[in-house]
Write a protein that binds this ligand. Structure first.
Ligand SMILES: *Cc1c(COP(=O)(O)O)cnc(C)c1O
Length: 431
């Protein structure tokens, strides 16, 4: 990798993009606003790597924000897609591929007895909230500060991800009436949740959370937090919903709920189950899911939902993940990366904390520990920006925000991790 990085074509394309698309992107975090500098325009991706339009190669720790867990453009996925493509891109009618992926999801995820496929994580979360309300006959919802559940109006309260990155307290265009039923608590704070239940007796439909946070940076649940939420929701006749759009099939094949042994009532999925194509899903207890139209009265629909290409990519991706040793391998290389980054930060005199579970990791430039979004916000954002830029110049593509988790894949090798750590040592030595 050349330093300084030559990105002439990226700059030209992004300059043109800014005139025709808001901020030059179709999803805010991609614009590099929080780290400064110009975003890199990708040309192609393969395995653990991405190439930009100027021909620079990067080791990619974003993985399309999670889906690329088998490595980008895995040949099995691509070949299956080519075969599926010949049969058409969308049916708008039942297809057997939906059954196959649904059965795989039901077998894998402890809480899911029935599932509905949609086209994005946002759509899954919007739908699951409607279902929580329909089933309980209650309107209020508890979410946690820094957790992101897509861009639905009622979730844009103390949301993480792009909203955190851009420093928007909220979003204009979201009516107060819509968010008046959204109650928030700090992550890992059971007492705060208990208090909300006490203050709103019989009014709370349920609690939704990222069971491991990825959208405020990587924040795992404290011991007993998920279990405590399970008890509190039961005691109050409310539903517990795990938003596993990011963590599903990443933390373990059956998600955080399998790994931690806490079973929610409902679960949302996305990212990995689409294998790189647009998919989301929500599912859970049969009695609750039976309320969804046309089985029941809660309306939710989608022109392209369950489309054969997305189902095919999802099926192939899950098949690859079922091979023995998958999650052990992800854990091993990611632990090496996370521990290595922390060690280097220590040796080069930077306050930092880092964590990882399976193929998901984070690094905060703060002493830590980070238990919630307030803790995460103590990070040195200017230092993170310089770190991000330095890594980019050395061919390491990290999420362009302190408030995003990183992802490894089955295609990342020991050698890739070594290269990444060598780059980190150079950059941290000069921060
Ligand atoms: C990415 C994400 C979403 C939103 O999914 P989209 O497909 O981007 O709409 C929702 N919840 C969580 C936890 C996510 O990580």
């Amino acid at each position: 990798m050349t330093i300084p990085l030559i990105t002439t074509k990226s700059e030209e394309i992004f300059a043109a993009a800014q005139k025709i698309m808001p901020g030059g992107v179709n999803s805010p975090v991609r614009a590099f606003k929080s780290v400064g500098g110009q975003p890199i325009v990708f040309d192609r991706v393969k395995g653990a790597y991405a190439w930009d339009v100027d021909g620079n190669q990067y080791i990619d720790y974003v993985g399309s924000w999670g889906p690329a867990i088998c490595g980008h453009a895995h040949p099995d996925v691509i070949n299956a897609l080519k075969a599926a493509l010949e049969k058409g891109t969308s049916f708008g009618a039942p297809c057997v591929l939906e059954n196959i992926l649904a059965e795989m999801v039901i077998d894998a995820v402890p809480s899911i007895e029935m599932v509905r496929f949609v086209n994005s994580g946002t759509e899954a979360c919007l739908s699951v909230l409607r279902l929580m309300r329909a089933f309980t006959g209650r309107d209020k919802l508890i979410k946690f500060e820094g957790c992101y559940h897509g861009h639905g109006d009622m979730f844009l309260v103390k949301a993480g991800s792009g909203v955190a990155t851009l420093g928007l307290p909220d979003s204009p265009g979201v009516p107060k009436a819509v968010t008046s039923t959204t109650l928030t608590a700090p992550y890992n704070d059971l007492e705060a949740v208990k208090q909300l239940f006490n203050e709103n007796p019989g009014e709370i439909a349920g609690v939704i959370l990222e069971p491991i946070v990825g959208n405020a940076g990587f924040i795992p649940p404290d011991a007993g937090f998920l279990e405590g939420l399970r008890v509190l929701t039961r005691e109050n006749g409310a539903l517990l919903v795990f938003d596993e759009v990011m963590t599903g099939f990443r933390i373990a094949y059956g998600g955080v709920q399998e790994k931690f042994g806490v079973t929610p009532d409902l679960t949302t999925l996305g990212k990995i189950i689409g294998g790189g194509l647009p998919v989301g899903a929500y599912g859970g207890r049969r009695d609750i899911m039976s309320m969804v139209a046309p089985a029941g009265p809660m309306y939710q629909a989608g022109t392209l939902s369950g489309n054969p290409l997305a189902m095919t990519a999802g099926i192939k991706t899950l098949e690859l993940l079922q091979k023995p040793g998958t999650y052990e391998y992800l854990d091993k290389i990611t632990k090496k990366l996370s521990n290595g980054l922390l060690q280097i930060a220590k040796e080069t005199g930077h306050a930092a904390c880092s964590g990882q579970i399976s193929g998901m990791f984070g690094l905060f430039f703060t002493e830590g520990p980070v238990h919630n979004y307030e803790d995460a916000k103590k990070s040195d954002l200017a230092k993170f920006s310089r770190f991000h830029r330095g890594m980019l110049e050395r061919g390491i593509y990290l999420a362009p925000s302190q408030f995003e988790a990183g992802f490894t894949s089955l295609a990342h090798t020991d050698e890739d991790i070594d290269k990444t750590l060598a780059a980190a040592r150079e950059v941290m030595s000069s921060l």
